[in-house]
Design a binder for this molecule. Structure first.
Ligand code: PEP
Length: 250
């Protein structure tokens, strides 16, 4: 039985005050977690504050990106050991905004995935197709290519302590959500592809859906057999909406 995970990706949003207010609101409204694991991924500079606010709380901390190197002359980068030291458990790698706006290749994403694990973090590997790729009917090829880059570098065993997030790029921040059937079809494809390498790892892997998830559409998405929670962008910036999504996963 896979425990559902709901992770909030704050992207380039926030301030010290907002970090206090949003985390305070989440903690106030959480009550019992209802068996759902919850995580927040603020921008790097707010991680230490978030970590102190989350002390003794049942909400995990994650970062939004990580360097593929552990230390050295890589100006502007932040490494997995650094993220671990400031309290991170998760790190998102290969978000479509990193892939498409900053040109991250499948190979670089795979190296970031490896660096995260080396540094003791659990990577949340984002995969997903562009609108034109869906229209061309190549969604599965795109997702397979993104997964295979990690499989080739790290092997199937690495997915034993990782999370995958299927995020169709056309659904991110657009208000267009994949239907539960569209999402489930790709989630099932991801699990099947990994099952061919190792059935037990594939069965245990949590595959999150991301793309305009809200309190009002979360329950039907999370009811699908291969959807194990959500990676939430815009809706994770409002405590009430984020909590509604967490409740829908419970
Ligand atoms: C995301 O950025 O990972 C995301 C899913 O964004 P949104 O929920 O805003 O579509």
């Amino acid at each position: 039985m896979r425990q559902k995970l709901v992770a909030g990706n704050w992207k380039l949003n926030g301030s010290l005050a907002m970090t206090r207010e949003l985390i305070g609101g989440i903690l106030d409204g959480m009550g019992s977690s209802g068996g759902v694991e919850v995580a927040v991924c603020p921008p790097y500079v707010y991680l230490p504050l978030a970590h102190s606010l989350l002390e003794n709380a049942a909400v995990r901390l994650g970062a939004q990106d990580v360097c593929d190197q552990d230390s050295g002359a890589f100006t502007g980068e932040v490494s997995a050991p650094m993220l671990r030291e400031v309290g991170c458990h998760y790190v998102i790698v290969g978000h479509s905004e990193r892939r498409n706006l900053y040109g991250e290749s499948d190979e670089l994403v795979a190296r970031k995935f490896a660096a995260a694990r080396r540094g003791g973090l659990v990577p949340i590997l984002c995969v997903g197709e562009l609108l034109e790729e869906r229209e061309q009917g190549v969604t599965e090829q795109v997702v397979a290519r993104q997964l295979d880059a990690v499989l080739d570098l790290e092997g199937i065993g690495a997915f034993g302590d990782a999370v995958v997030a299927y995020e169709p790029v056309w659904a991110i921040g657009t208000g267009k959500t994949a239907t539960p059937e569209q999402a489930e079809a790709v989630h099932a494809f991801i699990r099947e592809r990994l099952r061919a390498h190792d059935p037990a790892v594939a069965e245990g892997l949590r595959i999150l859906y991301g793309g305009s998830v809200k309190g009002s559409n979360a329950a039907e998405l999370f009811a699908q057999p291969n959807i194990d929670g959500g990676l939430i962008g815009g809706a994770s910036l409002q405590a009430e909406e984020f909590l509604a999504i967490c409740r829908a996963a419970g």
